[in-house]
Design a protein around this ligand. Structure first.
Ligand SMILES: *Cc1c(COP(=O)(O)O)cnc(C)c1O
Length: 232
């Protein structure tokens, strides 16, 4: 099974990186990013023990969730439009891409309908790239504080996508910055907020992210192979 081999290799790399960074490898969750990949590939990894999967598009997440085992934890990692929250509110495990109070308020409303609390991460544009979603680092803490007042939304930490680079070492500074930001917010002790999740690192830079304290890495290509986009 090729996909399982990829999964095991990434798990081993995470373990080695955690050791280098003097972090506990067990504290790092590997999120398999399955966007554009068929349900059959997800099932193969499910059978190898993987339970956390990340998707970027609401429609695709819904279709896969409907046909795959119910104990899969689905993470929404892509930019989320407010009018689509209702389609995933019943079962989504975590929303990584909260970058406005308006979006958090919509999640609040939809989560309340199902009488559940939805764990979310605040997405931070650490490098201040024009093309990226997310709040600027200097605005992140204030957004967490505002969201903390919403009873059906639970902030669990920060998420970032570092710049694309062939030299992952260049992103170390951004991972370090997000970790520091997370510690600062943690020390504020906001009600209903827990900063235990630090979602950072993708196929090309997850090892550096783990060395810098990531507790959740989002890996697609290194597990599933390259993506092919058809007229998206
Ligand atoms: C696609 C995507 C990933 C995975 O990227 P790879 O480079 O394939 O590992 C991680 N995070 C987000 C937000 C993504 O959109």
């Amino acid at each position: 099974m090729l996909l399982e081999e990829n999964l095991r290799r990434v798990e081993q790399n995470i373990e080695a990186a955690a050791e280098r960074g003097e972090h506990a490898a067990e504290a790092v969750t590997l999120l398999a990013v399955s966007k554009t990949k068929p349900a059959s590939a997800i099932r193969e990894l499910y059978e190898a023990g993987q339970r956390d999967f990340g998707e970027n598009y609401v429609q695709e997440l819904r279709e896969k969730a409907a046909e795959l085992p119910k104990d899969i934890r689905w993470h929404m990692i892509g930019h989320l439009q407010r009018n689509k929250v209702k389609y995933i509110a019943e079962y989504v495990s975590m929303i990584h891409s909260v970058d406005s109070l308006a979006l958090a308020e919509t999640i609040e409303k939809e989560a309340a309908k199902y009488d559940r609390i939805i764990p979310v991460l605040v997405e931070v544009n650490v490098a201040g790239e024009d093309t990226k979603f997310g709040v600027l680092p200097e605005d992140a803490d204030a957004l967490v504080r505002q969201i903390s007042a919403l009873p059906h939304v639970a902030v669990r930490g920060y998420m970032t996508s570092a710049p694309y680079t062939d030299t992952p070492e260049e992103n170390r500074v951004y991972f370090r910055k997000l970790r520091e930001l997370s510690v600062d917010t943690h020390l504020k002790n906001y009600n209903n907020v827990n900063m235990g999740v630090l979602s950072m690192g993708m196929s090309n830079d997850y090892e550096v992210a783990v060395e810098e304290g990531a507790t959740l890495v989002r890996v697609g290509t290194s597990i599933f192979g390259a993506r092919q986009y058809v007229n998206r």
